[in-house]
Design a protein around this ligand. Structure first.
Ligand code: FES
Length: 121
């Protein structure tokens, strides 16, 4: 693993909960059972506060932490436009197909959260 992955895994700056979140989205990787939950508070159409909790491998949890860094204060449209490919490029590590699922778990949950927030309005 790259050092940044381990750094985010050992010291996840974005782990925790959001006070009175607008959306809570949770999902798991069926291949291993690892679980991640993301909580978000929106302001207008921007992500104002975002945190995660989870149990998973170094790749899944560090990816969520890195993902959250990259979407803080961004608009819901920015999240909608964030593709798997672009996010993987940001991570910058080579991953096997199984590990791809780990790396993309957070993005899947984040998108579900944003879409369910939009749908509830
Ligand atoms: Fe379970 Fe990576 S091994 S998410």
């Amino acid at each position: 693993y790259k050092e940044t992955i381990l750094e985010h895994y050992n010291h996840p700056a974005n782990s925790g909960v959001v006070k009175s979140p607008d959306v809570i989205s949770k999902d798991y990787n069926p291949a291993c059972g690892d679980v991640v939950e993301i909580q978000i508070k929106f302001e207008k159409k921007k992500i104002k506060e975002i945190k995660f909790q989870g149990q998973g491998c170094a790749i899944s949890l560090s990816s969520v932490d890195i993902l959250i860094d990259s979407v803080k204060n961004k608009s819901v449209d920015d999240v909608k436009n964030l593709s798997n490919e672009n996010f993987l490029k940001k991570l910058g590590i080579e991953l096997s197909p199984l590990r791809l699922k780990c790396a993309l778990l957070g993005l899947k949950i984040l998108k579900t959260a944003v879409y369910s927030h939009l749908g509830s309005k």
